[in-house]
Design a binder for this molecule. Structure first.
Ligand code: ZN
Ligand code: ZN
Length: 361
């Protein structure tokens, strides 16, 4: 099959032939229809998060089931599916306590001695995020995907696989925003916009969007932000504290920088909670004033929106079909797999909300 192969940081991905195995008992072979270009992929391409290579990146995908293994119960050929990198086993301590996104059970992957899912020039190739979605096909565990309704457009469904689940899930599941609470979102790319939309759905009172790019702030307003702040103009923390007369209940850091993470904590009111979603460079140290902790301010991490994938995805799909979850506005361009490097370049410039690769059907 055709796939975009990452070889080494700093060099462009190349479109090459990659071998893919047949489904094992609990595996599903999916024909990829659409895949979003996400910052986490760019972090690997740029060498910030080292990953064994050569590898096929991509982890925000939707497609159609082609073939299922003998023991697969949840999907059948022809089903429309969204993939999720937080594959879960279903019976470890994390899974049975409802924290599917924390599952690390190795049983959802193939073992060392088994035939690999992917091969490159006849040699085993690692799978990225249990998916490797920049490819015509994906071979995944059945708990790495969920079937969705057929009337949901698959290019928009792809965004549910990472950005939208991460952003809305941080609001619903990690921070548990309640009606009327105040929310600030730092960074209005795909995840930030999803967090804003999630805050609207959760019934947040004031929703303050913060970014340095005016066009993104305009988009943030369309997604439901009640106030916008351009971080280039003045002291962000001070502005939020003044706007809310004392700080917000919840802040969501959606960039992955020390400065904005510290700002997210700094703009909380007493008892408020900062949720850090952005991927920070490993080893970065955050500085916070411990006195702020005495006033019950909290800072927490969130991975993949603490999702309960099989439950959350169908409901997000319904929200979109009802016009309550904005996905059309999030896609800034649709491209071919061959243009993937252009999408990364544009992402480095930080202007576009999100590119989606659409495969020829
Ligand atoms: Zn992602
Ligand atoms: Zn598990």
């Amino acid at each position: 099959m055709k796939a975009a192969v990452f070889h080494t940081p700093g060099s462009p991905l190349t479109i090459e032939d990659v071998g893919i195995s047949k489904p094992g008992p609990r595996e599903v072979l999916v024909r990829t229809v659409a895949v979003g270009v996400c910052h986490s992929d760019l972090h690997v391409v740029d060498g910030m998060y080292p990953h064994p290579a050569p590898v096929v990146l991509g982890h925000e995908a939707a497609g159609i089931v082609e073939q299922v293994g003998s023991d697969v119960r949840t999907v059948k050929p022809g089903d429309h599916v969204v993939t999720c990198l937080s594959v879960y086993c279903g019976h470890c301590a994390h899974c049975v306590t409802g924290h599917l996104s924390l599952c690390v059970s190795p049983e959802t992957r193939r073992g060392k001695g088994d035939e690999p899912r992917l091969t490159y020039v006849q040699k085993p190739m690692p799978q990225f995020a249990n998916l490797s979605a920049y490819a015509e096909q994906m071979l995944v565990h059945e708990h790495a995907l969920v079937a969705i309704r057929r009337d949901m457009p698959l290019d928009r469904a792809a965004l549910l696989g990472c950005a939208v689940t991460t952003g809305t899930g941080a609001v619903f599941n990690t921070a548990k925003v309640r009606p009327g609470e105040t929310v600030a979102v730092l960074g209005c790319g795909g995840i930030g916009l999803a967090a804003i939309n999630g805050a609207v759905l959760a019934g947040a009172g004031r929703i303050i969007a913060i970014d340095m790019v005016d066009s993104k702030l305009e988009l943030a307003r369309q997604f439901g932000a009640t106030d916008v702040i351009n971080a280039k103009q003045g002291e962000t923390v001070q502005q939020v504290v003044e706007l809310t007369r004392g700080g917000v209940d919840h802040s969501f850091e959606c960039i992955g920088l020390k400065q904005t993470a510290e700002q997210a904590f700094g703009m909380l009111k007493r008892g408020g909670c900062a949720t850090i979603i952005g991927m920070m460079k490993p080893g970065i140290k955050l500085e916070i004033d411990p006195f702020q902790l005495l006033q019950a301010r909290r800072i927490q991490g969130s991975i993949m929106g603490s999702n309960r994938f099989p439950v959350d995805l169908p409901s997000l799909t319904d929200f979109y079909m009802q016009g309550r979850l904005k996905l059309d506005e999030m896609i800034s361009q649709r491209i071919k797999l061959e243009d993937i490097n252009v999408a990364f370049d544009e992402m480095r410039r930080g202007e576009l909300a999100r590119s989606v690769i659409v495969f020829d059907q």
